[in-house]
Design a protein around this ligand. Structure first.
Ligand SMILES: Cc1ncc(COP(=O)(O)O)c(C=O)c1O
Length: 396
């Protein structure tokens, strides 16, 4: 007869737990289960998981997804055409040096191609940067409501992340400097920032670099800079720090270029830093279609200007609608608004649900810990018109 000893019993319980669908497992429980089952033991990485914008709603077919700051116009038709042509070549490995893409970027922005690294999204550039510079015991400074991926990658490599308080959802240089210690290795800033939509002006950015110790790397995330290119007091990180050796600028093809699904971004820094990053990057980190699409997208300036103009027109329109209903938000800056509902009759949860009932998905701000707020991405003409109508209906 089979006698259930203690170990077998524990394994049986673990097995039942694993099979049951309604239990929420924490990392610690997973690690415990792995230990009990005598499986290879992973590191217990203390990290929060990135929660992306929802793209589906229960029982709602074809919703308007305004939750992920994706491009409203999509990719340029020229990009779509090149992808059609290139699809037959996907049996070949991509160029591991991203030569053609770097060449066109260096021409467009008047920069040295040896100071560029391409990545699978700017996400991978944050990853490589943190991997190269950080170890347990180091400190990284992020802003209170700064883009979450910055702090996630810093924590992944064991660094402690310190948050500099913001003033009215805007980064404060004074608060950043207050957090500097002799352990500080890096400061992250997205300009403009997601999800707050605020930005530091040219003189503030220069002041920040000047006030930081020389051996602290300033990472400037330029993800949405194109949308602000007409703003007088704004200058992108790349333009400002082209000649600096201790700044790393990141750029993405996911926003105005409309290539989020292909995963393409790049970083720019000193030759020395880029050389070391190239050494640790996966050999074929940017896929072949992304490279071809990137080259074509970078060439098609007409499309980018059209996307910028479209965004400027719609962001002004939506801004005035939000003001009419006393929904507070940032001034138009990028392709999204951070909306606050403190002065409206409905709170953010109610607005989220009511708009969801009308097939509109917004981004909750729970992970950012921004109370009573939602983030809205500017969408297609049809989506924007539907949104404006819906806001009118729920606040009438
Ligand atoms: C500030 C900021 N940086 C970077 C990214 C990510 O860009 P990528 O798609 O290139 O990884 C985002 C995406 O939402 C963002 O908001």
């Amino acid at each position: 007869m089979f006698v259930l000893n203690t170990i077998s019993f524990v394994k049986l319980v673990v097995f039942i737990l694993l099979k049951s669908k309604n239990i929420v497992f924490t990392d610690t429980i997973y690690i415990l289960i792995i230990r009990i089952m005598s499986l290879p033991k992973p590191r217990n990485i203390k990290i929060e998981r990135y929660v992306g914008g929802l793209s589906k709603l229960k029982k709602v077919s074809s919703p308007f997804k305004l939750s992920a700051n994706e491009s409203a116009l999509g990719a340029s038709p020229k990009v779509i055409k090149i992808l059609e042509k290139e699809k037959n070549k996907i049996f070949k490995y991509p160029d591991s040096d991203s030569y053609e893409l770097k060449k066109i970027l260096s021409g467009n922005f008047k920069i040295n191609p040896d100071r560029i690294i391409c990545g699978s999204g700017s996400d991978q550039i944050f990853d490589l940067t943190c991997q190269l510079f950080l170890k347990p015991g180091d400190e990284v400074i992020a802003t209170e409501y700064g883009f979450i991926m910055h702090r996630i990658y810093a924590s992944l490599y064991g660094a402690k992340v310190l948050f500099a308080k913001e003033k009215n959802f805007k980064a404060s240089i004074k608060e950043i400097i207050k957090k500097v210690s002799n352990k500080t290795k890096m400061v992250f800033i997205a300009n403009p920032n997601n999800p707050t939509g605020t930005y530091l002006a040219k003189n503030e950015m220069l002041q920040l670099r000047k006030k930081l110790r020389k051996d602290i790397l300033l990472v400037v995330d330029d993800a949405y800079f194109e949308f602000l290119s007409k703003q007088k007091n704004f200058v992108s990180g790349l333009e400002l720090f082209k000649n600096s050796k201790n700044v790393l600028v990141t750029r993405t093809f996911s926003k105005v270029y409309g290539l989020a699904g292909l995963r393409l971004g790049w970083g720019y820094s000193s030759k020395e830093i880029i050389k070391l990053m190239n050494k640790i990057k996966p050999p074929f980190n940017v896929n072949k279609l992304a490279l071809s699409a990137g080259v074509e997208a970078a060439k098609d300036k007409t499309w980018i200007n059209k996307a910028i103009k479209y965004n400027s027109i719609w962001s002004k329109k939506i801004f005035s609608v939000l003001q009419n209903y006393k929904i507070r938000c940032n001034a138009p800056s990028a392709n999204f608004f951070l909306m606050n509902f403190d002065h409206t009759k409905l709170n953010s949860d109610q607005v989220f649900r009511k708009l969801a009932d009308k097939r509109i998905i917004l981004r909750k701000m729970t992970q950012y810990k921004i109370p009573n707020s939602l983030r809205l991405t500017i969408g297609s003409k049809k989506a924007n018109e539907h949104l404006i109508r819906s806001i009118g209906e729920i606040f009438k």
